[in-house]
Each structure stands twice: as C-alpha cells, then as structure tokens.
Design a protein. Structure first.
Length: 556
C-alpha cells in the first residue's frame, strides 16, 4: 500500500495543475496527490494509504455517486466513525460538487432520521456497526436513494452496497471544473436544540487554510491555491511532512477542520486512533510510532486522560509533538500546565470558536501558560452588551461575543435562526453564537459561557463554565458539569454532577467548601451528585440534558 505505481488510467486522468488550480478543496487535494503521489496520507492501524491511493479511491466512489444520479448540490451523509473511509467519502462528495454531511455516530433512530430528512440526504455512507439503525429508518428517509456500508467486522450491511465492492466496480471519475461557491455543511448544536446545518463556501475554507496553516509551518500566509502546491512540493523536496492526529471525532468540526483538513491540504499525514472509545495510552503510543507533530482535541475531556496516561511513568519519546490544538470545550489551566511539563517544546493553542465563527485564541508555552478562559480576541471580534453598546475594557460587564471575518453563509432551511445568529452592524456582518465574555483592561476577553446555559438564580447570572472550572481545580475531581434546576424561591438553583479522579475520595461538603473560597456564594452549587462518568458527547462537548436527567433521577 505504501508504494505508488501509476497506471495508465491515472496518467490519463491527471491534469496540468500549473498556476490555474481552483479555490476548491477537491481540486487542491487532486493537486497534492499529483505533486506527492507516494507520500503517506492516511494511517489507521495497519492501513496506510498514500496520496495517490487516497485520491484514486475517492475518485472511484465519486464515479459511483455520479452513476447513481448524485449531482452538484446533492447531500451525501457520513454516518461513520473515524476512518480513512470518512475522509475518502468527504473527498468523493466534493469531487462531484455534492455536499458532504456529518452525522453523529451516537444518533439513534429518531435523531438519525431527523438529520437525514432535514439535510435532504440522498446518499448515506455508514459503518456496519450502525447498520441496524440505518435499516430501521431507511424507508422513512424520503430522499435517501443510495446506501453504502463500510465493513468493520461487526456484521453485515444487508440492503446496502459494500464500500469496497463499489470502489472495485468503478473506474475513477474524470476530474471536473468546480466553483469556490460550492457548499460544505456542518451539523451542529445538538445540546441547545435540534441540530442545524451550518453552510459554508468551499472557497472560504481554502482561503482560511491558506491564511492560518503556513504560519504554523514557519511560512507567510499564501495568496492563492497554486502557492499551496508550491509549498507542498518544496517541503517534499526537503523531506518535511506535518503529521496530524485528530484525537476527537471527524464528525465534529474540531476533528475535521483543525485535525484533518490542514494536513491533507498541505500534504501532511493524518493519523487516526484505531479504537472507537478514546484511549489516551493508544494516543501516546501512536504519537511515538508515527512521530506526530500536532494533536487536535476538545478540551479537558481529552486532555485530562492524556495527562493521566503520562503520569503512569512509562518512558516515551514525544519530542515530535509541536502543537496541541483544542476547541469546543473548556481546557483548564492546570491540565495545560501539566501537559507542557511533559512536552516542553510544544505550544498549546486553545480556540474560542464555533462552527459559526472564530472568536479568539489562547496560546500557552512551557514558560507562559495562559489563564483559564482568557483569550486574545480576533481582530474583527466585538463584545457588546444587550443594548448594543460595546463593553468597556476593565468594566467587568458581561457582553455577547460577535465574531467577524470569514463567516458561514447561514443555517440550512432556517432563515429565522440565520437572522438571529448572523447580524449586520454598521454595514459589517457578524456571527453571534451566544457566548458571553468580559473584556479585561488589556483588551483580552474572559469567556463566561454560552448564554443558552446561563443560570438565573435570584436575578443573578451564573455561567456554568466558570463554576465548573473552579470545581475541577480540586485534586480529587476528574470532571464536572453545572446547570440550573427549578427553585421555588430563586427561580433556579445551581447544582451539578461530578466524577472523581481514579482512586480519589472526597466528600461533597469538602468540594463545596473549596469552591466557596473562590466563588461568590450565589455561584456555589447547592447540591452535587457524584457519578461514575460525567455525560459528554463523543466530541467531548458537555451533554447538559443527560447530566440534568442523572441529577433529577437521583433526587426524585
């Protein structure tokens, strides 16, 4: 699998990329495959695929999709675990100008059906382990016409075409002209209502990658897609290749947009974990084996187990790690500091961002660890009070963060939500995902949390993330979620669920007493339930509805 032996068909398909490569991910990836065909692109377990194989397999799937009637604008849903097939299917959809759709692999029947119907999915690529769910909803998914099952040793994919058989049955699709206005769509927002599809232009994605990736490689931002291929060629000649590991799911924006797309766009190698439940020991073993440079995670849910695994005393060569990137959930100060003790040459980049827009970044190094929840805002970011006035630096007043710059187009089939989230201010378009922050005297912003989770207790606003951060600083606590429950006197009262670190013991009273040393009394939880595992999505994001159900059942 590791050697490239071009056949005559591949040579006929190859285009003269020259200086005319299009601002489109599929076109850029085709160019990367032409430039460095024999380089490793995707690694998972014993599977190793070169860029030539990555491109050819995606082209064969693209031919199958087109033969079955899929056209530009058709939706291709990916109900897959992390795997090379995920990225191949994403590539294949883009090749024919279709729209790849991410589907959370934890979704059960009704959730799966909702997303298929809302997205108007015409094709579904899924792992065999999920086949029973697919079988129960397929007849009710009104537009679904094509099912492709990826064998994974868990059973059959009856009623679906086998992924490998499909690839074997089709010659690679010819390349085509594409538009930077083609669309990708990311479904997000399951903890605050029904999932919604965020639409973005493919060209905007390429522009963002040209602006943000080169500085991480020690290069200036690039001006055009052809410059990407020049960069790939130059790095290949120097024997340089960035190795990236999306430790979180590819179906989550952090895993795909931060962990995978930058690497594949610049000729890097994407290393995927083999297990379907996060295993920090496996992560560090792969880091050592594959000489991973960058790791993409979602906050403490990944970082804490990673740090515990480093505490086990095993000798590891982790000198290759240069970057840990996180977005989507809290990444605590003490955990970042602990990781940097083991990875002194690394930089930790913690983004405050949503699928709807980028808001700020916190950069930590061994000699300077950024405070928890403190970020440098993006150049086009504003923080406004509810009356629309800017929050004054150092005032302590909370305000809504408004993200600027290159933004998505809006939500699919939801003009009302689009209007609420994407707003024009003085002729400039902003995104308002719902995050609140204060502005410090130095211009940095301190994240308070998502307004939809804000607790109103006796007229006082309590942002769960602030309380969770304090509770998790106790040595006995592994994870925590805080939320509000109805209260006859105060409207809501603050409560939470806590999971203790392995082998730790502590009383709830002790935890609350420690919290009182650092929080105003109205912010301190009135009750805490100790649980084995704090509910989180596979991406690491907080699952507040499930946490609330655990608490309510225990206190019924």
């Amino acid at each position: 699998m590791g050697r490239f032996s071009p056949d005559s068909f591949a040579l006929l398909r190859r285009c003269d990329i020259g200086r005319s490569v299009q601002r489109h991910l599929a076109s850029v990836w085709e160019g990367v495959a032409d430039t460095t065909p024999g380089r490793a692109a995707l690694v998972q377990g014993t599977t190793r695929r070169t860029y030539a194989e990555f491109e050819t397999r995606a082209a064969r799937l693209a031919a199958a999709l087109r033969s079955a009637g899929r056209q530009p604008g058709s939706k291709v849903a990916l109900y897959l675990y992390n795997s090379p097939e995920y990225l191949e299917s994403y590539f294949a959809a883009l090749k024919i100008r279709a729209i790849p759709i991410n589907v959370n692999y934890r979704y059960v029947d009704d959730e799966l059906l909702y997303l298929l119907e809302n997205s108007e999915a015409e094709a579904l690529v899924f792992h065999a382990e999920l086949a029973e769910r697919v079988g129960r909803v397929r007849e009710r998914a009104s537009r679904l016409r094509m099912l492709i099952g990826v064998a994974d040793g868990s059973g059959s994919t009856d009623g679906a075409e086998c992924y490998e058989d499909v690839l074997a049955a089709y010659q690679p699709a010819p390349r085509m002209s594409r538009s930077p206005d083609d669309v990708v769509m990311t479904y997000t927002g399951g903890t605050t209502g029904m999932p919604k599809g965020v639409m973005s232009r493919v060209g905007t994605t390429v522009d963002n990658l040209m602006r943000t990736v080169p500085p991480a490689l020690g290069l200036p931002p690039l001006s055009g897609p052809a410059d990407i291929l020049d960069t790939v060629r130059a790095r290949d000649e120097q024997g340089l290749q960035w190795v990236s590991m999306p430790a979180c799911p590819l179906m989550h924006a952090t895993g795909l947009a931060i962990g995978a797309l930058p690497a594949t766009t610049f000729g890097g190698k994407v290393v995927l974990l083999g297990k379907r439940r996060f295993d920090a020991a496996e992560l560090w073993s792969l880091v050592e084996r594959e000489k991973v440079n960058g790791i993409a995670i979602v906050g403490d849910a990944f970082a804490r187990p990673m740090l515990r695994a480093l505490h086990d005393g095993s000798s590891r060569d982790l000198a290759s790690v240069r970057l840990i990137m996180s977005a989507g959930a809290m990444f605590s100060f003490e955990v970042r500091k602990g990781l940097l003790d083991y990875l002194p040459a690394a930089t930790i980049v913690d983004y405050i961002a949503a699928t709807e827009g980028y808001m700020g970044v916190a950069i930590s190094r061994k000699d300077k660890v950024a405070p928890s929840g403190r970020f440098t805002p993006g150049p086009e970011v504003k923080v406004l009070m509810e009356d629309g006035c800017p929050v004054q630096s150092g005032s302590g007043e909370p305000g809504l963060i408004m993200a600027g710059g290159a933004l998505p187009e809006g939500y699919y089939k939801d003009e009302a939500k689009t209007a609420r989230t994407f707003r024009n201010l003085d002729g400039v378009r902003y995104s308002v995902p719902g995050d609140w922050a204060t502005v410090e005297a130095d211009g940095s912003i301190t994240l308070l949390g998502r307004g939809s989770q804000c607790i109103n207790t006796g007229g006082e606003k309590v942002f769960p993330e602030e309380v969770e951060e304090v509770v998790k600083q106790h040595a006995a606590v592994d994870d925590c979620l805080v939320f509000g429950v109805p209260d006859e006197r105060f409207g809501q009262r603050v409560v939470g669920v806590v999971a203790l670190a392995p082998g730790a013991t502590v009383s709830v009273d002790e935890l609350l007493m420690a919290a009182r040393q650092r929080l105003a009394s109205y912010k301190v939880p009135r009750a805490v339930l100790v649980v084995d595992v704090v509910p989180r999505a596979p991406s690491g994001k907080a699952d507040y509805p499930s946490a609330r159900k655990l608490f309510e059942r225990a206190n019924a």
